[in-house]
Write a protein that binds this ligand. Structure first.
Ligand SMILES: C[S@@+](CC[C@H](N)C(=O)[O-])C[C@H]1O[C@@H](n2cnc3c(N)ncnc32)[C@H](O)[C@@H]1O
Length: 359
């Protein structure tokens, strides 16, 4: 295969993702000419979805061939450059890991809920222990730092600077910025990660209040506990647990916050029922989460990177809102960030939804 085409494929992450999305109207570019050749050659297939065209590798045989050619012939497209302060060696190591994973990955395998949870847990174990981010760019060379991601989501410079070890750049919004909380409130953070939003909530509920963070990944819980010690927070508790079966009593919480987590839970109906159960009468929940604006093809829904990257497990927006109401909540959409699709998700049909739901 012509090496320019192969570099093109790898640079667009099509081998690793494997998907590329182009706005339909702009489909007259050099990129689309390359794609046309690849479709005609039987390497890619495409599907039109709304205003986008989704290109993906045609089948497992082609994918395996591309991976082996790539491993043999192609250097990472970012070779010799520094991108967003990340040195190329680091990027090359990441790509090497991806190649190894790809060699072992089963094509088009449908995962059940337990397998999906394991994939997600493994990813967040790695992030807690090795660093990195999940919901950041999928492109070949475009990862933003955690601090830059948080700035783009509206966190203040003071917050970003104050607790760098608690901010892993995993959020898709800034729920404490729009959550109503007061001194004395008991706050629950669903999927608390390394504790960033929990600590920000703590500053609002003061010493008379309390924050409880729940996360299913033990390594994340330990990291959050270590951060609480490091930054001197005492009235915060991190518990290992599944947000589909919360380790909390009925009617024990004033406010729930959650940042980019519920999309990862296979049974969102259970999550919302549990949230409703633990909230006190008059309690409220503030959520920032990824939702789909159009359904994804089945192979993408089972893509490990997209799953742990907060996309493949997301529900369609209307379905998500319907499940909240079914659990008993009244719901108000506070904001919708569809630009995040371009900033962080390579144009996939997703947005970050910010909402208030109350009992
Ligand atoms: C994208 S990160 C967000 C972390 C944090 N909210 C933040 O903004 O930094 C998702 C977190 O949710 C946790 N998680 C995923 N699925 C979960 C589940 N079903 N129950 C509890 N925690 C879960 C992961 O372990 C991970 O720490």
């Amino acid at each position: 295969m012509e090496s320019g085409l192969l570099s093109f494929l790898t640079c667009w992450s099509i081998v690793t993702a494997p998907v590329i999305i182009l706005p339909y109207k702009k489909d007259q570019t050099k990129v689309s000419k390359h794609l046309k050749v690849l479709v005609e050659a039987g390497i890619l297939k495409y599907e039109r979805q709304g205003r986008n065209i989704i290109y993906s590798i045609k089948n497992k045989e082609i994918r395996d061939l591309l991976v082996s050619l790539w491993i043999r012939d192609v250097k990472p497209c970012c070779d010799g450059r520094q991108i967003s302060g990340v040195c190329c060696e680091e990027i090359e190591n990441k790509l090497q890991d991806k190649k190894e994973n790809l060699k072992n990955k089963e094509w088009g395998k449908r995962m059940d809920a337990t397998e999906k949870k394991e994939v997600i847990k493994k990813k967040y174990q790695d992030i807690a222990t090795l660093g990195g981010s999940c919901c950041s760019g999928r492109g070949c060379c475009g990862d933003l730092s955690a601090a830059d991601l948080s700035r783009s989501l509206g966190y203040s410079e003071a917050d970003v600077q104050a607790m760098p070890d608690a901010n892993l750049g995993l959020g898709c919004g800034n729920p404490t910025a729009f959550a109503e909380m007061k001194p004395g409130d008991i706050v629950l953070d669903l999927g608390s990660g390394a504790g960033f939003d929990s600590f920000l909530a703590l500053q609002r509920v003061r010493s008379s209040g309390k924050v409880i963070g729940v996360d299913m990944t033990q390594e994340m819980v330990e990291k959050a506990q270590e951060n609480a010690r490091k930054y001197g927070y005492s009235n915060v508790e991190f518990r290992q647990g599944n947000i589909e079966a919360l380790p909390l009593d009925d009617r024990s919480v004033d406010v729930i916050i959650s940042n980019c987590v519920i999309n990862l839970a296979p049974d969102k109906e259970k999550v919302f029922r549990e949230a409703f159960r633990v909230l006190k009468p008059g309690g409220r929940m503030y959520v920032s989460d990824m939702v789909l604006l159009a359904d994804l093809p089945e192979d993408l829904k089972n893509d490990c990177d997209l799953l742990s990257g907060c996309v493949a497990g997301a529900s369609l927006k209307e379905e998500y809102l319907g499940l909240l109401k079914k659990a008993g909540f009244s719901v108000k959409i506070l904001a919708e960030d569809s630009d995040i699709s371009k900033r962080q998700y390579g144009g996939l049909p997703v947005e970050s939804l910010k909402l208030k739901a109350w009992v």
